[in-house]
Write a protein that binds this ligand. Structure first.
Ligand code: ARG
Length: 330
């Protein structure tokens, strides 16, 4: 059993090793395991609700999922060669643990709606964490603005000295930009917070599934209205990438000012020794590597965003394997 693919009942021969190596996503979707287990819990409860699984079968699958979570969390989960992605790995292990009841976990579900659900759950959590960190940075800027008091510095346009401005005013300008980044996260989350579970491979299922129930179990604000769209869209991912890229760009601009302000020419700020690097040959130097890397890494975000937009362009409805490429940029 453990060497089988999900589609082995349909094919005469097994997949070539090269196919498995080229198409696998486990190496990067492994981090979705908590979301995959959460999604599977909701799905089996949904199957019980509509009478496809008995109470006993549901309990045994839920217990198996608990055990998988324990193994994943402790690092003791044993992967096998046919574990192509996190979804097949979890299901294979649940079937080993719960037998025929475990095999019913895939009933009425496809990896297309499953992986779309997992990524949305993951995004809700991760974007929440990013928003918290951006707010924490706003708080730092606010504290610094308050302690700056009446200190003035030259305000620039065209990088030419224009009018004196309060240092606090300058610092808070960055805080306002970050505030809009948080607003954009919250706005993107409204479109992310929709459950695709129940859309199946592309057109739902002839089984009497209850997508409202599973959406509610998973804490989604709503469920999909069109199954082709549910598994065949990734605009919410492009949007998340854009929002994150813009945060990177705002941090990059802040970094650029650290670089300028700590030069001898500007001399507005001094780097703490713990946050600067030096030069053995040029002892007068104190280099702002953190700020430079913050500036430099924004380029990577821009690349991930534009790369994924290129991946989406021209894809016909609905699911295409190209969509597996959403995860690495994210
Ligand atoms: N790992 C795949 C992904 O992330 C799972 C979906 C595979 N679906 C399929 N119909 N082959 O998209």
């Amino acid at each position: 059993m453990s060497g089988n693919t999900l589609w082995h009942g349909r094919f005469e021969g097994g997949p070539a090793a090269e196919l498995m190596a080229y198409t696998e996503s486990l190496s990067f979707d492994l981090r979705l395991w908590p979301d995959d287990i959460e999604g599977s819990r909701a799905h089996v409860k949904g199957l019980r609700k509509v009478g496809i699984l008995t109470d006993a079968e549901c309990e045994s699958v839920l217990r198996a999922l608990d055990q998988v979570a324990q193994e994943m969390g402790s690092g003791s989960f044993q992967f096998v060669a046919s574990d192509e992605d996190i979804h097949t790995a979890v299901e294979r292990r649940v079937t080993e643990l719960a037998g025929p009841a475990g095999a019913k976990l895939h009933t009425g579900r496809s990896r297309n709606d499953q992986s779309a659900t997992d990524v949305r759950l993951w995004l809700k959590r991760e974007l929440g964490t990013v928003a918290d960190r951006v707010v924490a940075l706003q708080r730092v800027l606010l504290d610094r603005a308050e302690s700056a008091g009446e200190v003035y510095l030259p305000g620039y346009t065209h990088l030419q000295r224009a009018q004196p401005v309060l240092l606090a005013h300058h610092l808070l300008a960055h805080a306002w930009a970050l505030g809009r980044d948080v607003e954009r996260i919250l706005d993107a989350l409204e479109r992310i917070d929709v459950s695709p579970l129940g859309a199946g491979a592309l057109a739902g299922s002839s089984l009497p599934l209850d997508p409202d129930f599973t959406a509610n179990e998973l804490g989604f604000a709503a469920r999909f209205r069109n199954s082709l769209d549910a598994v065949g869209s990734r605009d919410h991912i492009a949007e998340a990438l854009f929002v994150l890229t813009l945060i990177g760009i705002n941090l990059s601009r802040l970094g650029e000012e650290f670089v300028l302000w700590t030069t001898d020419e500007f001399g507005f700020a001094k780097l703490d020794d713990g946050y600067a690097t030096g030069s053995s040959m040029l002892p007068q130097k104190k280099n702002p590597d953190i700020a430079e890397l913050g500036r430099g890494k924004a380029g990577r975000l821009i690349g991930d965003l534009t790369g994924f937009l290129a991946t989406m362009k021209g894809l016909p409805l609905s699911y295409n394997r190209d969509y597996q490429e959403d995860k690495e940029p994210l």
